[in-house]
Design a protein around this ligand. Structure first.
Ligand SMILES: NC(=O)C1=CN([C@@H]2O[C@H](COP(=O)(O)OP(=O)(O)OC[C@H]3O[C@@H](n4cnc5c(N)ncnc54)[C@H](O)[C@@H]3O)[C@@H](O)[C@H]2O)C=CC1
Ligand SMILES: O=C(CO)COP(=O)(O)O
Length: 321
């Protein structure tokens, strides 16, 4: 939608032929964006070659679980000079790789052509042209500025940042904290509890990010604090909603079935649980969420265990870079 507003000739790929027909005939996508009319400049196709061949820019917005498969499908139609942008918030299951690493492995482009787009950007608001600010990060300033140029509008303000690791880690881990915020609200705790969770969650994101090589300042930016606020406090967030349903006692599979859309925080909790061990980083909220999601722990007991941890200095576990 943003690219079409910038007069790009947008080809949108979906594997679902009915969805493609609906977008082309009616300019709607009722299952995911009910009540919205999409810009005329978007043409949908279920043929990935048709979508990607000759494109100046390819924007991947696959789920983290399907990124490698989708990138592999597109690879032979992408040329080395194509600008690749992704908007996916998660790690690859099993390998724990970041999305730019997956794309670099699958696509015939220099890693300097890869850009990550992140920040507070619920699709439901962006498509209504409600204002937001986001960030694009790339190893190459030229690639980041190219993406900034392509995506910036009067309602979608795009900043650049060279810290790809920080932006990707922030975008992924905030979904765990958003699940926790949904649980906190679902349990009936107050605003203090949520502010506390988001702040200590930011500490956790920062610790892991720094251990993985990120710039700590990135976490006070749009991909960090910005997306943490929107995902942890908005009812549009699937991660928040999933957390609040878990607090009602619904089993995880029922929650995911009801959502019918990706809840990235679930897989990311598993990935971060492993990353915290690999990098030797203390991640108590992630640890408790892991036990709630995968080991049947009661959410209220998880909250008690977080509150009952050994007393600490506020910055204790943040190692100097
Ligand atoms: N929805 C939002 O507001 C935002 C989402 N994101 C990120 O974008 C990514 C995608 O999220 P959504 O589009 O919201 O998820 P979604 O669950 O709403 O849609 C995912 C789509 O991918 C399709 N899909 C799944 N596996 C596939 C495969 N193997 N091949 C082809 N298509 C496949 C599904 O059928 C579905 O249509 C996630 O990483 C999310 O964190 C980032 C910013 C905002
Ligand atoms: O990342 C998002 C908004 O910036 C979307 O969050 P959810 O996946 O929780 O809906």
């Amino acid at each position: 939608s943003v690219l079409a507003d910038n007069e790009y000739d947008v080809r949108l790929w979906s594997r679902n032929a009915d969805q493609v027909a609906e977008i082309n005939r009616l300019h709607t996508n009722n299952r995911f964006l009910p009540g919205i009319t999409l810009p005329e400049g978007i043409r949908a196709t279920d043929d990935i070659a048709d979508a990607v061949t000759g494109a100046e820019l390819v924007l991947f917005a696959a789920t983290s679980a399907s990124m490698r498969e989708v990138a592999a499908k597109a690879a032979s139609y992408i040329s080395p000079e194509t600008l690749i942008v992704h908007a996916t918030k998660g790690f690859e299951t099993g390998t724990l790789k970041r999305m730019t690493t997956v794309l670099a492995e699958e696509l015939p482009v220099d890693p300097k052509r890869l850009v990550v787009l992140s920040g507070p950007s619920h699709a439901e608001e962006v498509v209504k042209r409600q204002p937001t600010t986001v960030v694009v990060a790339s190893e190459s300033l030229e690639a980041a500025e190219h993406a900034q140029d392509a995506l910036i509008t009067s309602f979608f303000r795009v900043y650049t940042n060279p810290d790809v690791v920080g932006v990707e880690v922030a975008g992924a881990i905030k979904n765990i904290i958003a699940l926790g915020a949904g649980l906190t609200d679902g349990l009936g705790f107050g605003d203090n509890a949520k502010a506390a969770l988001l702040t200590r969650g930011l500490s956790e994101i920062t610790r892991l990010g720094m251990a993985m090589g990120a710039n700590p300042l990135t976490f006070s930016g749009l991909a960090g604090v910005g997306d943490l606020i929107v995902t942890g406090t908005s009812k549009l967030s699937r991660n928040w909603r999933a957390g609040s349903m878990l607090a009602e006692g619904l089993p995880l599979q029922d929650v995911l079935d009801r959502m019918g859309m990706v809840v990235e925080g679930v897989r990311t909790t598993k990935a971060a649980h492993e990353l915290s061990r690999t990098y030797g980083v203390v991640m108590p909220i992630t640890e408790q969420l892991y036990q709630v999601l995968f080991e049947g722990k009661q959410p209220r007991k998880a909250a008690e265990d977080l509150m009952g941890r050994l007393r600490k200095h506020e910055m204790e576990d943040i190692a100097a870079p």
